[in-house]
Design a protein around this ligand. Structure first.
Ligand SMILES: Nc1ncnc2c1ncn2[C@@H]1O[C@H](COP(=O)(O)OP(=O)(O)O)[C@@H](O)[C@H]1O
Ligand SMILES: Nc1ncnc2c1ncn2[C@H]1C[C@H](O)[C@@H](COP(=O)(O)O)O1
Length: 207
């Protein structure tokens, strides 16, 4: 079983991924943020580093999907924090649309993505955490990564629009949308239980 958690920056994916992995006793696959050699530079100068960052994320996410495939073949459960789909359909698409990634770089990137995606299996469940801008901003502030202090509201708004468009066209498998604006699964165990019930019901038809 493979559940992938998707959503904008600060939506609460990592926090929920860890909690679900603990609950189901499954492996958790998180993003490579701390060792990412481009992320800080990217936030300082997006046009300069957009292509480098996207290639780095694409490669690390692709490797992760191959490890997830192996675990699934061994009948192990997996919770994944963010997917390769988001890199291309949300982040790279947004950079290109916002003229922060040049046309030739975007087409080059898309060619690489298309070559890889045929080897990627979609998750059994895609869990989208929908959050409005005030929730995202307050949670990004709460996390307090210095390089994310420069993130513009406009950037988050554009990403949210890409998410809504992508999710409304998602056809690879089961999809669960959870509005997290009024949920606090950090402090309220009942809020976590609500999400777990929804997952069980969507995946296994329980409840
Ligand atoms: N539903 C929630 N309610 C309150 N705080 C949350 C919630 N989800 C996440 N947080 C807090 O917000 C911050 C960002 O969450 P995180 O899981 O790192 O988001 P993401 O992985 O989506 O970027 C963390 O400090 C986390 O404890
Ligand atoms: N593909 C990506 N392009 C640009 N930035 C990305 C991409 N994937 C992740 N990120 C950034 C966004 C955040 O600053 C960090 C971690 O993501 P988070 O949503 O906080 O888990 O990486």
């Amino acid at each position: 079983m493979h559940i992938a958690i998707v959503g904008n920056i600060g939506a609460g994916k990592t926090t929920l991924a860890n909690k679900l992995a603990h609950h189901f006793n499954w492996e958790v696959f998180l993003e490579d943020v701390d060792h990412n050699p481009y992320l800080k530079d990217f936030y300082d100068d997006m046009p300069r580093w957009a292509f480098h960052l996207q290639v780095y994320f694409l490669n690390s996410r692709f490797r992760q999907t191959q490890r997830i495939k192996e675990l699934q073949q061994a009948s192990k459960g997996v919770i994944q924090d963010r997917t390769i789909y988001e890199d291309a359909h949300i982040f790279a698409a947004n950079l290109h649309q916002s003229s922060l990634m040049a046309e030739r770089d975007y087409l080059n990137y898309l060619g690489l993505f298309e070559s890889m995606i045929s080897m990627v299996e979609p998750p059994d469940l895609l869990l989208y955490l929908r959050a409005d801008l005030p929730k995202l901003v307050s949670q990004i502030e709460k996390r307090n990564r210095d390089y994310e202090n420069n993130i513009k509201i406009e950037y988050l708004r554009n990403l949210n629009e890409h998410y809504e468009h992508w999710i409304s066209n998602y056809k690879h498998g089961k999809l669960l949308i959870v509005d997290v604006n009024n949920l606090d699964y950090v402090h309220n165990p009942e809020d976590l239980s609500v999400i777990i019930e929804k997952i069980n019901s969507t995946l296994f038809g329980l409840f």
